[in-house]
Design a protein around this ligand. Structure first.
Ligand SMILES: O=C(O)CCC(=O)C(=O)O
Length: 357
């Protein structure tokens, strides 16, 4: 049984932001930004150059303050880029600048991109995860999740988090450590995946031939947990030991010892629970000690787990078969050209995978 007196972690609560910047997204997925001369140009990377604020009669470039007059009353607008007029969808942007997220991740080992995904994508992720309004349904485990709904690929390729991940890992050439999966935590059960305090690949043994990397040195992988449900202490939000990415060892055995007696692993003040709304993404150095919480609510908690790694890290599970199936699935056709490229690179550009015997 869960002893409520044991549940005294530190809690960090992020409310849903009242304001988001916007991204101006062309049909091929490229984004409008300003180049070094201050001229409008198209970019595939969502760094600070592509972040805009929407006013009633213009879009304002956040970093430079330059305004482009436009009718912003609809969901699309047309602006000149070079000698062409280009039509853009006004899409959900981040609450903060990408460089601010990167600075936080570099300083603390984690960062939360609060509510970065729009509600319509979250709703489709709930359908795949069978949470929220779909929690009476059972997940389809017969097909990779990324083939089941284009929302999974769109979330995997969310451009602001991808820019932060690439900058943090100091390479544009990152790939996924396993096909995207959903960690769904039903009420009053210990999590199937991640119930123990652990670090993730490549800092822990896995079924792949990848040797465990030494923890010292630049980061080799960064996890990205996408909250499909609102994450609260009550419903089993992931627990972290902030700063543990800098410690030269995995979590102490004592932190997991209670599990042997059917009790929860360590849940005291050195553990931090991050509460944030659905659609948020938390990025954390894969060395960080973490574990799933315990769901004491009446509803399933849903999260999409992804691990992004540098080119020298062999994935835990081969991601290429899922990508080959995605290319034949209707969901692929719903991705724009930039998303298709990013998802394909993330799943296919992996070091050779030799399954363990
Ligand atoms: O489901 C959870 O909260 C645990 C997450 C986890 O352990 C992981 O993503 O590696």
């Amino acid at each position: 049984m869960v002893d409520p007196r044991e549940l005294k972690p530190s809690i960090v609560t992020l409310e849903r932001p009242e304001h988001h910047y916007v991204l101006l997204v062309a049909a091929d997925g490229s984004m409008l930004g300003l180049d070094g001369n201050g001229d409008p140009a198209l970019f595939d990377e969502a760094d600070d150059r592509v972040i805009w604020d929407r006013t009633t009669r213009s879009v304002s470039h956040v970093v430079t303050g330059k305004d482009l007059a436009a009718d912003t009353g609809n969901d699309t607008l047309t602006l000149p880029v070079g000698s062409n007029d280009v039509t853009f969808r006004i899409g959900r942007g981040p609450e903060k600048l990408p460089s601010e997220y990167l600075a936080h991740l570099e300083e603390h080992g984690w960062v939360c991109l609060n509510s970065i995904l729009p509600p319509e994508i979250v709703e489709r992720l709930e359908r795949v995860a069978c949470t929220g309004p779909y929690e009476h349904l059972e997940q389809n485990n017969g097909m990779p999740k990324i083939c089941q709904d284009a929302a999974v690929g769109k979330a995997v390729a969310e451009p602001v988090s991808l820019w932060v991940l690439r900058a943090f890992l100091e390479t544009g050439d990152i790939h996924l450590g396993h096909p995207p999966g959903f960690n769904v935590l039903p009420p009053e059960t210990l999590a199937q995946a991640g119930r123990r305090w652990h670090s993730d690949i490549p800092y822990t043994r896995s079924s792949s031939p990848q040797p465990v990397f030494p923890r010292k040195g630049p980061p080799k992988a960064c996890n990205r947990n996408t909250f499909v449900s609102d994450f609260t202490h009550l419903n089993g939000a992931t627990m972290f030991a902030p700063g543990s990415h800098l410690v030269d060892s995995g979590p102490p055995d004592e932190w997991n010892a209670p599990l042997q007696n059917g009790e929860l692993p360590y849940s005291g003040p050195q553990a931090t629970v991050l509460e944030a709304p659905s659609g948020s993404m938390i990025l954390y150095d894969a060395r960080t000690w973490h574990r799933a919480g315990y769901n004491r609510s009446d509803h399933k908690r849903g999260m999409m787990a992804t691990n992004y790694a540098t080119p020298d890290v062999v994935p835990k599970r081969d991601t290429r078969p899922a990508c080959e199936r995605l290319h034949r699935a209707p969901a692929y056709q719903e991705l724009n050209a930039r998303e298709k490229r990013d998802v394909t690179d993330l799943l296919m550009k992996v070091p050779d995978f030799v399954p363990s015997q």
